[in-house]
Ligand binder design. Structure first.
Ligand code: ATP
Ligand code: MG
Length: 470
C-alpha cells in the first residue's frame, strides 16, 4: 500500500492528486444528515429581517458553555446587551428538534472591505418543514416581544457626507444611529389641547388600521407636515411621536444625498415602525439644486435633487414596500414650499405649530416650575400679554428656566413679554410712518391698536395689584 502511494506521489502531479483525493472523499463519505441555512445580515440593500430577529432572540439563548460574548450597554439602557462573538455557537431546542446556531464573520471583498456577518442554522434535514413553518416564526415572535420590552428608540442619521467621495458602497444607504434621549412627550408639549388630542387619536387610529389599509389597497403609511415659526415645537413633536409610538427616527438631511438613485438606496435601508424626518423642506430642495450645479458644472442643469423628484421617489417607495411608516416634513414657511407637497393626499395632516397660547403657558408653568394658575397673581397678566404678543413656547420656556423661584421666573417672563410687545408696537408704528403710500387713517388705526393693547395691560396690572392688596 505504501509502495503504491509513493509511486502515485511520484507519477501524479500534486494538484491533480489533491483533486482526486477530494473527489474520492465526496463519493465515499456518507451524506450529512444535517441541513444548514445561511442567514446573511443584508438582503441586497435592505436589512435581512431573519438576521435581525435571530440576533435579538439568540441574546436570550446563550448557554453556559459559550466562551466568548460581546457585551454593551448605553447610558439609557437598563440591562446589558449580550451578543455572540465570531465563531460562537448556541444550541437551541424546539419540540423534538435540536438546532445549532453559529455566528460567522468574514472579511468583505476589497476595496471597500468591512466585515460580512451571517448566522448558520443547522438541524436534521427531516425537520426542514417544521423549522421553516414553526420554529422561525417562533423566533420572530420572541424577538418582537424582547424588542418591545427593552425598546430603545434610535435616532438615525446619514453617516456619509460628501467627504467620502470614492466610497460608492457607503454612499448607498448607510445610517449611523444613537439612542434617542429626547425627553419630549405629549405631556410636556405646550400646544392647543384639542390639536394635541387630534394628533394622538390620529396616531392611534393609524396603528390600529393594518387590516383597513390592506383592504383599501393603500400602503400602511402616514404623512404629516408640521409648519410654524422657529421654536414652536416641531422637532419636539416628532420626538414626542417617536417616544409615544416607540418608533425609531430616520433624520434625512437632504444635503447629504446626491442623486435620486442614492435617495432610493437610502430610503430602502430604513426599517418598518419608523419615522422618516425631513426638516426644513422649504430650503432643502433649493439648496440641493444649487449645490449640485456648483459642485459639478458638467452636469446638465436638471441633474440635482428636486422636491418633485424627492416626492416621487418617496411616494413610489412608500407605496411599494415597508409597513407602519410615518413621514414628517417640517418647515418654517408653509407658503414657500412647492405646491406639489401640499396637494391633497400627499401629506395626510397639516399641523400648525403656533405661538405660545395661555393653555400652553399653563403647561409650561406646571412642567418647569411645578405651579398652577390658582391664586397666582402673575397668570392674568401673562395671559393678557400672550394674547397681544407673539412669543414662542421656546422663548417662554427659556424665561421660566432662569430661576428656581417661581415668582422671579414669572416676573422675568412678564418683563420679556412686555419688551417683545413694545418692540412689535414700535415696528408697527415705524412701518406705518415710514411708508409714504400708507394714508394717515391706517397710521392712526395702528396707533390706536397699540394704545388699546397697552391700556388693557395696565388694567390687568391694576387688577392684579388690587387682588394682591386684598
Ligand atoms: N410646544 C412646545 N412645548 C414645550 N416646549 C417647547 C415647545 N416648543 C419649543 N419648546 C422648547 O424649545 C426647544 C426648541 O424647540 P424645537 O426645536 O422643537 O422647535 P422647532 O419648532 O423645531 O424650531 P425650528 O423651526 O427652529 O427647528 C425645545 O427643546 C423645547 O425645550
Ligand atoms: Mg426643529
Amino acid at each position: 500500500m505504501m509502495l503504491v502511494r509513493s509511486v502515485a506521489n511520484e507519477l501524479i502531479p500534486h494538484q491533480l492528486r489533491s483533486y482526486l483525493y477530494s473527489a474520492f472523499r465526496y463519493f465515499f463519505t456518507p451524506l450529512s444528515p444535517d441541513l444548514t441555512l445561511a442567514i446573511d445580515e443584508r438582503c441586497g440593500m435592505s436589512k435581512n429581517q431573519v438576521y435581525e430577529a435571530a440576533e435579538v432572540y439568540l441574546s436570550t439563548r446563550i448557554s453556559p458553555k459559550t466562551e466568548r460574548l460581546k457585551l454593551s450597554k448605553t447610558r439609557k439602557q437598563k440591562h446589558f446587551t449580550i451578543g455572540l462573538e465570531k465563531g460562537e455557537l448556541v444550541v437551541d431546542g424546539f419540540e423534538d428538534v435540536r438546532l445549532t446556531w453559529r455566528f460567522v464573520c468574514t472579511e468583505g471583498q476589497k476595496p471597500h472591505g468591512g466585515e460580512k456577518k451571517h448566522f448558520e442554522l443547522s438541524f436534521n434535514k427531516k425537520h426542514k418543514d417544521k423549522v421553516l413553518d414553526f420554529y422561525l416564526p417562533y423566533v420572530f415572535l420572541k424577538a418582537e416581544e424582547i424588542k418591545k420590552q427593552d425598546k430603545m428608540i434610535k435616532l438615525y442619521s446619514r453617516q456619509c457626507p460628501f467627504s467620502c467621495e470614492d466610497d460608492n458602497e457607503r454612499r448607498g444607504g448607510s445610517w449611523g444611529s444613537i439612542i434617542l434621549e429626547h425627553p419630549a412627550t405629549f405631556d410636556t408639549l405646550a400646544m392647543d389641547p384639542a390639536l394635541k388630542k387630534m394628533i394622538i387619536d390620529d396616531l392611534e387610529m393609524f396603528l390600529r388600521r393594518k387590516a383597513y389599509y390592506k383592504k383599501v389597497g393603500k400602503a400602511w403609511k402616514r404623512g404629516y407636515l408640521l409648519y410654524g415659526p422657529p421654536g414652536t415645537g416641531k422637532s419636539s413633536l416628532v420626538a414626542a411621536m417617536a417616544n409615544y409610538l416607540k418608533f425609531d427616527i430616520y433624520d434625512l438631511g437632504l444635503t447629504s444625498v446626491r442623486s435620486d438613485a442614492e435617495l432610493r438606496r437610502t430610503l430602502l435601508s430604513t426599517t418598518n415602525r419608523s419615522i422618516l424626518l425631513i426638516e426644513d423642506i422649504d430650503c432643502s430642495s433649493e439648496v440641493l439644486e444649487r449645490q449640485m450645479r456648483n459642485k459639478n458644472k458638467k452636469l446638465p442643469d436638471k441633474t440635482g435633487l428636486t422636491l418633485s423628484g424627492i416626492l416621487n421617489c418617496i411616494d413610489g417607495l412608500w407605496s411599494s414596500c415597508g409597513d407602519e411608516r410615518i413621514i414628517v416634513f417640517t418647515t418654517n414657511y408653509k407658503d414657500r414650499i412647492d405646491p406639489a407637497l401640499l396637494r391633497p393626499g400627499r401629506m395626510d395632516l397639516h399641523i400648525n405649530m403656533s405661538y405660545c397660547t395661555t393653555d400652553g403657558f399653563r403647561l409650561l408653568a406646571s412642567n418647569y416650575l411645578g405651579i398652577s394658575s390658582k391664586h397666582n397673581p402673575f397668570f392674568a397678566e401673562i395671559d393678557s400679554l400672550l394674547n397681544s404678543t407673539e412669543a414662542t413656547p421656546a422663548e417662554a420656556a427659556e424665561e421660566l428656566m432662569k430661576s428656581d423661584d417661581p415668582n422671579i421666573a414669572l416676573q422675568g417672563l412678564v418683563n420679556f413679554l412686555k419688551r417683545k410687545r413694545d418692540e412689535a408696537d414700535d415696528e408697527t408704528e415705524n412701518k406705518a410712518t415710514g411708508c409714504g403710500e400708507v394714508d394717515s387713517s391706517v397710521r392712526r388705526l395702528n396707533a390706536i391698536v397699540s394704545r388699546v393693547k397697552r391700556l388693557k395691560t395696565n388694567v390687568d396690572r391694576r387688577k392684579i395689584m388690587m387682588r394682591k392688596r386684598k
